[in-house]
Structures are given as structure tokens and as C-alpha cells.
Write a new protein. Structure first.
Lengths: 271, 394
């Protein structure tokens, strides 16, 4: 079984919610990025989602756009992202999910991309601009390399599509909490409850809430409602202005462990 | 019947899940409107009595004589209300928005002509309008920024990336993702996710339909060669599409070679690019080996775009249309030439099409007819051209 599926199942059996932490690979550079990944794993991230920096990230708000700009300015390429994963997997068992815009995948060659991602140690791929209807070629390539193609549900997804998406999913389902791009929000969209309830009708897979979850309090609320919480922009925002690499790691570690505590507390509170 | 949204392998719908519902709604509304007589009537009515269509097919005798070759006809889209072909599309989409009950429009713009057209449609139909425009383009197309604001629309400066059309489209799409329930994305060219390339092409096809009928009337036959500039490709596909079945008619799309194809500073997507995905569609792209979108350049803001409409990629792949390139310098020379010989100041975008006609006309005799789409007028460019001349004069 896939490493990601295993981890999600273990957590489920233990009655725990998953914390999925997102970072752009190579922001601000390869060396610091590698250290930050270790810090996430050491401080309670159950799964790490690593983004390939892209010049035109349509689904991202200002924080992750700026993060991609920094990584690209540092000269980070897809090959560097694979290398980061290889190094990380030598030390940690934490499953890695690769986030890439579809042009990155298409340009490398869909099949070759999946082979290389699997070899580098990734368990799954998530593509923010590839809806279910366009995913045929990637689905074949992920299936034949043991990867999972994680699918999205949005607050605007019709129920008839939701069923098809859920039934063809694996690993977890990425439920977008807001109608919008990534980025911090002052409050969670109450519509997320409706989305989760509808999705639950069609699948027993873990439902992960992502986009806009910014604080430990919000993470706790999201964890109480779903099976996993994805935090990206808020993590990047915590560390983007911290210059010193060692301090960056401390800040990231502190933030991740505060999210982890909130999520675990939240689970108990609502159990 | 549902359209596949594919032109050969090109096209499709590569967008975040959030937008699928909005695109499905748009497609449904468009398919219904396409066969609805009331909608077609309203669209034709606004083209006739507001835009001022049909536009002239003008025989450029002095230009033809000066070049001493083929006979050159100009399809005068510059005579449209607001000064470019962009209004054909903007009004059609705004009517569709109205039909769908949407009261708010977002649009991207490069040269500002689409921004002006969208703001005009919003004023005419009593809608709110937000236009995203790259900061670099706001500088070189300042006149259009004033016009858009004067018309009551909001202009949002975009400073990410190269601060040009590509980045404005990124921001417009992000704004649409966020407000897709009540906002209509009024896309300005034949690019983007399905159904936009088809929708924009159909709305711009009025250019080719008129040009075809006018040629038959004026010459008793079809032209031999069609020439149009290609940014995203809307004026070109609008001209070409009604002629696709006419096998004797050659079609040439003209891309901006900027400072030269041997430099990195051009935006000749079909000529120099490779297939990839940008702004929701699979088409030719200017990109690096890792799929990062390349910074591009053209003196003309409306052509300064690293992508191109998927139907052009398809027409290139099957050899039905050809794509040539014209440098900044050649376009500026054609801008001056048309102004002096015919008293018509073309948009810098359209000057690329004129320049290609200037280049090839001498190879033919006057029996050969070249029809050039004069997609817009050049008032918006006069200041920028004057500044370039000052710089050149030192
Ligand atoms: C006058 C004019 N012509 C051409 C273009 C290029 O767009 P397209 O290739 O979609 O016709 C523009 C774009 O702004 C324009 O303003």
C-alpha cells in the first residue's frame, strides 16, 4: 500500500486527525528549504506537501506567489525538488505529496514526471489546475507508478460531479474551504460544513480541508469537522520575513507544533 | 450538443475545480443563446446601431500603388465604436452576462482596447466592471487607462511578473475564482478555458463573414491572402474562421518578433514556442525547459503575450494557416507608412499585419488580392510612438 494511504489509515485507527503542512520547495533556497522540511517532520506534520515553484500560479494568493518568486529567483528547478525529496526520505518516513501546476508536469512529460516523482519518494501528486475531466492521462501515469493523484472538491462543485470525483479518488480528498485562491482568511467559510457533509455521502476516504486555514483556532475547528487540515500560506507567512535560517526553523517548528496541539485538542473536544 | 472544447489536441479546460461550475454555466448559457433568436437579434442590433457595423472593406489604392504589387484591402475594424475589434466580443459576452443575471464584469487588458470595450459594455448595460492591467501597459497605453476610468470602470494595476497582459490575465482569473458566483469573466481574446476560445471566435467571426461577403461584392471573388496580427488571436480567428472551407484562400497570422527572434525579446508564440498549458488552455507557449513561462516583449501591448489561442495552434498543426513574424521596427515603419499614404493611423498591433502585407505585396501583381485586418486605430499609441521617436532621434 502507498505510504500516504498507510499514514492516513494509521491516524484514523488511532482516532487522530492529520496535519498536512505545505511549503514551496526551494524558498528561500535549497539548503534552508531542506532544513525546514526536517523541522516540519520533527514538529508534528503527519504529511508534507511540497510545491514546485511555478511562474504563473493561478490558484495562489499573494503569499504563495511571493514564495514561488523567491524560489525561482534562487534558481530552483524541478530536478532540485526531486533531490530535496530524496534527501528528506533518507531521514524521515513522513509521506510527501508533490504539488505542481500542470504545465510543469506536461513539459517534463506526464509519464516521465510520475516515474521521477515516485523514484524521488513522493507518494502522491496534487495539481491545482487539473480538474477531474482532464486528468485521464495523469491518472494512468500515477496508477502505473504507484502514485496517487489527489483530487479536489470546491464549494462550487455540483453534487453529480462530486460523486464521480469521490468514487475515483484515493489517499484523501482535498476539500477547498473557500471560493477563492490560497491565502490567509480571518475566518473559516461556514460553507465548509455543507461541502464535507455532501462529500461524506460518497466516500469513506479522509477529507482534508485546505485554503485559508490560518490559526491554531481555525485548525482546531477544521480538524473537528474533517479528517485532515492543510496549512500552507499561514506557515509561509510566519517565516517569510525571518531572515536568519536558524530562527526561521525555530519559528516554523513552533507554529507547526501549535497547530498540532490545536488539532489534537480539537479532536478530543469534539470526540 | 456539448462541444468538446478541443481543437485537435489543443484547448480544454485546465482550471481550478472552483471554476468548473462557472464554466459549465457559461457553456450552457452560450449554447442556449446561440440558438435563441432573441439573443441573436439583440446582438446584431447592438452591432448595427451601436458599434456601427458593418465596417468598411477599403481598397488601399495609394498603399498598393506605392508597394507596386498586390492589391491591398483593409477590413476597417478601427472604425468600430471604441476603435477596435474588441468591442464585437465585449458586447456579445456582456449580453450573455446579462442573460445569466450577472451584474459584475471582470476583464484583463493589454493594450487597453479590451478594457475600454468591457467598460463600454458595462456602461451601456448598467453593470459594474473591474479591469486588470499590467503596470507596464498602464504606462504605454495611458490614454486607454483614462478612457476606462472615465467610463466608470475600476482599473486595478498588476505589478506581478512582467506586469503585462499575461499577469493581468492571472489576476483577473484569481478575482474570478474568488467571486465566480456573481461575477462574469469577460475574456478579451480567443484564449482561456473552454468555452472561451469558441465563444470569442464566434463573436469575432462577424469580421470574416462581412469581409467574405464584401469581397464577393467588391471583386466578384474571394481574396487570395488574409493577413491578421496575432496576440491571443481573436481578430485573426474572427477573420479566418468564415474562410476555412475556402481552400484557395491563404491565411497568414502575424506574430510580434519584437527585437528579433534571435533575441529573447519577442512574443512569437507559434513560431518559436512549444505546446503547454497557460490560462486554462493547452496551446503553444513561450516557456523554458522546465515549463516556466518566458518573459516576452513586443512594442505592442496587445501582442505582448506568451500564449496563443488553441485554434491557431490547431490551424498551424494541420497547415491550414501560416504564421509569420514582424519586428518592432518593421511594425513602426508600417505604422508610419499607412498613416502617410492612406491617412489611417493603425494600432501598433494592426501595424504588424500591415507590415507583413508591405513585405510580401511586391512579390505579386495587382491581380492578387491581400485582405488585411486593420484590427484597431492607433490613437492610443500616438504618445508611445512619439516617445520612441524622441529616443531614436536622441
Ligand atoms: C487593435 C488590436 N489588435 C489586436 C490585438 C490583439 O489581440 P487578438 O490577437 O486577440 O486580436 C489587440 C489587443 O489588445 C488590439 O487592441
Amino acid at each position: 500500500m502507498n505510504k500516504l494511504e498507510n499514514r492516513m489509515n494509521e491516524l484514523k485507527r488511532a482516532g487522530k486527525k492529520a496535519l498536512i503542512a505545505f511549503l514551496t520547495a526551494g524558498d528561500p533556497n535549497l539548503a534552508v528549504s531542506a532544513k525546514l522540511l526536517n523541522v516540519l517532520a520533527e514538529n508534528g506534520a503527519d504529511v508534507i506537501e511540497l510545491g514546485v515553484p511555478f511562474s504563473d500560479p493561478l490558484a495562489d494568493g499573494p503569499v504563495l506567489q511571493a514564495s514561488a518568486v523567491r524560489a525561482l529567483a534562487a534558481g530552483i528547478t524541478l530536478d532540485d525538488v526531486f533531490l530535496l525529496a530524496v534527501r528528506f526520505c533518507e531521514k524521515f518516513a513522513t509521506p510527501l505529496v508533490l504539488l505542481a501546476y500542470y504545465n510543469t508536469i506536461y513539459r517534463r512529460g506526464v509519464e516521465q514526471f510520475c516515474r521521477e516523482a515516485a523514484e524521488a519518494g513522493f507518494s502522491a501528486i496534487v495539481v491545482p489546475d487539473l480538474p477531474y475531466e482532464e486528468a485521464g492521462r495523469l491518472d494512468l501515469a500515477t496508477a502505473s507508478t504507484g502514485l496517487i493523484n489527489i483530487r479536489f472538491l470546491a464549494p462550487t462543485t455540483r453534487e453529480s460531479r462530486m460523486e464521480r470525483i469521490c468514487k475515483s479518488s484515493a489517499g484523501f480528498i482535498y476539500c477547498v474551504t473557500v471560493t477563492g485562491v490560497t491565502g490567509q482568511r480571518s475566518s473559516l467559510d461556514p460553507g465548509m460544513q455543507t461541502l464535507l457533509a455532501k462529500a461524506r455521502k460518497y466516500t469513506d476516504l479522509p477529507l482534508a480541508l485546505g485554503f485559508g486555514i490560518s490559526t491554531p483556532e481555525q485548525a482546531a475547528t477544521a480538524a473537528a469537522a474533517a479528517d485532515a487540515v492543510i496549512v500552507g500560506s499561514a506557515l509561509v507567512a510566519q517565516i517569510e520575513n525571518v531572515k536568519d535560517p536558524a530562527e526561521k526553523c525555530v519559528v516554523a517548528g513552533t507554529f507547526i507544533s501549535s497547530l498540532k496541539r490545536a488539532i489534537e485538542g480539537g479532536t478530543q473536544e469534539f470526540a | 450538443m456539448k462541444d468538446s472544447g478541443r481543437f485537435g489536441i489543443f484547448g480544454g479546460r485546465y482550471v481550478p475545480e472552483t471554476l468548473i461550475q462557472a464554466l459549465d454555466e457559461l457553456e450552457g448559457a452560450y449554447l442556449a443563446a446561440r440558438v435563441d433568436e432573441a439573443f441573436q437579434h439583440a446582438y446584431n442590433e447592438v452591432l448595427l446601431n451601436y458599434v456601427g457595423r458593418p465596417t468598411l472593406l477599403y481598397r488601399a489604392e495609394r498603399l498598393s500603388a506605392k508597394l507596386g504589387g498586390a492589391t491591398i484591402l483593409l477590413k476597417r475594424e478601427d472604425l468600430n465604436h471604441t476603435g477596435a475589434h474588441k468591442i464585437n466580443n465585449a458586447l456579445g459576452q456582456a449580453l450573455l452576462a446579462k442573460r445569466m443575471g450577472k451584474k459584475r464584469l471582470v476583464a484583463e487588458t493589454g493594450a487597453g482596447q479590451h478594457g475600454v470595450a468591457a467598460a463600454t459594455a458595462a456602461a451601456l448595460f448598467g453593470m459594474e466592471c473591474v479591469v486588470y492591467m499590467g503596470e507596464q501597459d498602464m504606462g504605454r497605453q495611458a490614454l486607454n487607462v483614462f478612457r476606462i476610468r472615465m467610463l466608470g470602470a475600476e482599473v486595478v494595476p498588476v505589478c506581478s511578473g512582467s506586469a503585462t497582459l499575461k499577469d493581468a490575465a492571472n489576476e483577473a482569473i484569481r478575482a474570478w475564482v474568488t467571486n465566480c458566483r456573481d461575477t462574469f469573466y469577460l475574456l478579451g481574446s480567443a484564449v482561456g478555458p473552454h468555452p472561451y476560445p469558441t465563444l470569442v471566435r464566434d463573436l469575432q467571426s462577424v469580421i470574416g463573414k462581412e469581409a467574405r461577403a464584401q469581397s464577393l461584392q467588391l471583386l466578384g471573388r474571394l481574396p487570395d491572402i488574409l493577413i491578421a496580427c496575432v496576440g491571443g488571436g481573436s481578430n485573426a480567428i474572427g477573420l479566418f474562421h468564415p474562410f476555412l472551407a475556402d481552400e484557395t484562400v491563404r491565411m497568414i497570422g502575424v506574430e510580434p518578433a519584437g527585437k528579433g527572434l534571435e533575441t529573447q525579446e519577442h512574443a512569437a508564440t507559434l513560431t518559436m514556442g512549444t505546446p503547454g498549458i497557460l490560462h486554462g488552455t493547452l496551446s503553444y507557449l513561450l516557456q523554458d525547459e522546465y515549463g516556466q513561462i518566458s518573459p516576452v516583449h513586443s512594442v505592442s501591448a496587445g501582442l505582448d503575450y506568451p500564449g496563443v489561442g488553441p485554434e491557431h495552434s490547431y490551424l498551424k498543426s494541420i497547415g491550414r494557416a501560416e504564421y509569420a513574424t514582424i519586428t518592432d521596427e518593421e511594425a513602426l515603419a508600417a505604422f508610419a507608412l499607412l498613416t502617410r499614404t492612406e491617412g489611417i493611423i493603425p494600432a501598433l498591433e494592426s501595424a504588424h499585419a500591415v507590415a507583413h502585407a508591405v513585405k510580401i505585396a511586391p512579390q505579386y501583381d495587382s491581380e492578387t488580392v491581400i485582405l488585411v485586418n486593420l484590427s484597431g486605430r492607433g490613437d492610443k499609441d500616438v504618445q508611445a510612438v512619439a516617445k520612441l521617436r524622441e529616443v531614436a532621434a536622441g
